[in-house]
Design a protein around this ligand. Sequence first.
Ligand code: LFR
Length: 491
Amino acid sequence: TATLRVAAVDLGATSGRVMAARVGPGQLELTEAHRFPNGGVPVGGSLFWDVLGIHREVLTGIAEVARTGDLHGIGIDSWAVDYGLLDRDGELLGNPYSHRDPRTRGVPELVARTVGVREQYAVNGLQQLPFTTVFQLVAARGTAALESAHTLLLLPDLLAYWLTGEVGAERTNASTTGLLDVTTGEWAGDLATRLGLPWSILPALRDAGSVVGPVRAQVAADLGIGDVPVVAVGSHDTASAVVAVPASEPGFGYISSGTWSLVGLELDAPVLSEEARAADFTNEGGVDGTIRFLKNVMGLWVLSECVRAWKDRGTPATDLASLLAGASTAAPLRTVVDINHPSLLGPGSATDPMPERVVGLARAAGEPVPQTPGEIARCVLDSLALAYRRHLRTAARLAGQDLEVVHVVGGGSHNHLLCQLTADALGVPVLAGPAEAAALGNALVQARALGADLPDLAAVRALVRETHDVRRHDPRAGLDWDAADRRVPTP
Ligand code: LFR
């Protein structure tokens, strides 16, 4: 097969990028064509995405990929659950909300009174997270936008719609809405109806690896490109990241480490047991019909919000590198907190900054109060490693698997201290990298759809292994992680 060159658009909550990827036999090369900052935009008490700004950056990136070589395909992935609504003319109704917007507070409890959590889990297999699309939609009941909505599009599908004019819902991302039946892979229309939601706004489902359509003539002309197909990839960034985990054998654990940490296993079938529900594990849909059995962990968000607060205050030596240096010499496991505490979900502000929230959690739990930025950073990292340990062990137990190795992919794979603590906590080797796993998974699924000889996920992963190095962290003994775990409440 000849070499393919595709544009992989990978959108994160704090930055977006458009990568040029070359995929061929024994070849997988990623070059960054365009990168731009992203973040929620506060308006009044609400938090929105600047989706038109994101669209413009996507166009800039695609044009840059095309300017620098061939362009055979375009694929888009982003964070999950957030959506835009179209009216009957196909126009966007308002700004898409960020899942960190506070309007879903208390909504899961409200929904549970209509459809109990056990019943929800039996249908969608998801962890109870307040920002899941179904809860966002319930919070939006009665709004003018929802009442005039004709079509709901998840963000990558919305951006693909602006490129192609085609509407649809790619399944990996649809699986995060709470409105997809995890067993049948079809919309759970009955659940939507019982919650008073207009399920006719949910568009036809499509699988990763299918072609969405060619870029519209006008868009192609504006970009100076030819007749290029947009390909549906694992449009949930975590699904794309898991595709590119360079595992050599099944049975690996993974941590997709970015703003969020997604911590779990790849399975052939969902685990919908009462134990899995009580442990609040999610069964999200992966590429090729796999299941991502995982837990959302608050992730590096907490640290990056601390960095933002310290920067605003002008606290010296609080860039990430200095902080990690400070954290590495701070006393280990001195202060641990429940890193998934709901108080850490929303963005910090001048009156309610993130470092003080972490300190407050420590104080409330009777833990030694961290004083310096380095101690706070250490507390965050130790607490993350503890959460990874707890949830990966639970996942393995619930799925009846052994955990022999853990792959860390995503930007957090560059955080050597966190990777080492993870290995120490779990007592198994951690293999870190690639950092751009989501963009790689995006490009690989496109290449396969366009004819590359990559028959299955094993072949895809073999190519990633062949072309990308991982950094190995072997576990060190000496710290009492069991005792530390007992200091953190069980959810
Ligand atoms: C990671 C991610 C998670 C999802 C969260 C919110 O970027 O996609 O998988 O739970 O963002 O959408």
